[in-house]
Design a protein around this ligand. Structure first.
Ligand SMILES: Cc1cc2nc3c(=O)[nH]c(=O)nc-3n(C[C@H](O)[C@H](O)[C@H](O)COP(=O)(O)OP(=O)(O)OC[C@H]3O[C@@H](n4cnc5c(N)ncnc54)[C@H](O)[C@@H]3O)c2cc1C
Length: 227
């Protein structure tokens, strides 16, 4: 069985790592010419970290991430409106740098199985095989193809019709910053507020603060959006 995956984002590379773990021959095609570090941090809830555990990657990612023990919702004056404990699952809730997550997932896929500079154009069914066409004129053949080519997916467009994303009026600003000297406090006191994911509700605006890559980079991810 041979599987082709279009796109080496988090979805594509996680699927590739899972197929590879089960001994399925997989090839990933990515239009970029190399792995790109994009985005800031992201929250990995226990449903995601459980998958990472099954892939054997949880320890690696957890070592580079900040653990989130509480999900706090605060009013703009700072008082806690809601406190959801996240420490009672069998796996942790983590906040990690997107680039670290991608690199860790990629390490679980043999390097020669990820082909860069391959811009997918269209699929074609030929008997029981699927032919995958690329912008440079090259063609690959697989038993099945997974479209993991993101929000403007060409695979989805070909199969189900083209749908453009609709702007819903939310603008999000994101940044990462260092808070020197806070990492040891978090390590020693895991219930310290700094080890929490905080959502601060203001008037017409929400700000979120997440501990990202806490121990290695001592980063916090901050973002806010205005509805
Ligand atoms: C601001 C923001 C914050 C978020 N925060 C979180 C969070 O905290 N936790 C969480 O779980 N999720 C979060 N998400 C959602 C999460 O980022 C996405 O669901 C996830 O990145 C989607 O991954 P993907 O692999 O499907 O697509 P992508 O990451 O978009 O990857 C698609 C890949 O396909 C490639 N590609 C595209 N077209 C082609 C082509 N024609 N040929 C070959 N390759 C192609 C692209 O180059 C890219 O590498 C957030 C999203 C946003 C926008």
């Amino acid at each position: 069985m041979s599987i082709g995956i279009i796109g080496v984002g988090i979805g594509g590379v996680a699927a590739a790592a899972a197929f590879d773990k089960f001994g399925v021959h997989v090839t990933v095609y990515e239009r970029a010419h190399r792995l790109q570090e994009s985005g800031a941090g992201m929250m990995l809830w226990p449903n995601a970290t459980r998958v990472l555990k099954n892939l054997g990657l949880l320890d690696d990612i957890a070592a580079r991430s900040g653990t989130t023990h509480h999900f706090l919702v605060r009013a703009n004056g700072g008082q806690v409106l809601m406190d959801i404990p996240l420490g009672d699952f069998d796996v942790p809730a983590l906040c990690t740098r997107r680039a670290d997550l991608l690199a860790s997932l990629q390490s679980a896929v043999p390097a020669e199985r990820i082909l860069y500079g391959r811009d997918f154009t269209y699929l074609e069914t030929k008997k029981s095989k699927i032919r995958v066409h690329f912008a440079d004129g090259s063609v690959a053949e697989h038993d099945a193809v997974v479209g993991a080519d993101g929000i403007r997916s060409r695979v989805r467009g070909q199969l189900f019709g083209k749908v453009e994303p609709r702007y819903r009026g939310y603008t999000r600003l994101r940044a990462q910053c260092c808070l020197p000297g806070r990492d040891s406090a978090c390590r020693d006191a895991p219930r310290h507020p700094a080890a929490s994911r905080a959502v601060v509700a203001g008037r017409g605006m929400v700000t979120k603060l997440l501990p990202a890559a806490l121990f290695e980079h001592n980063l916090r991810r901050v973002y806010s959006y205005e509805p």
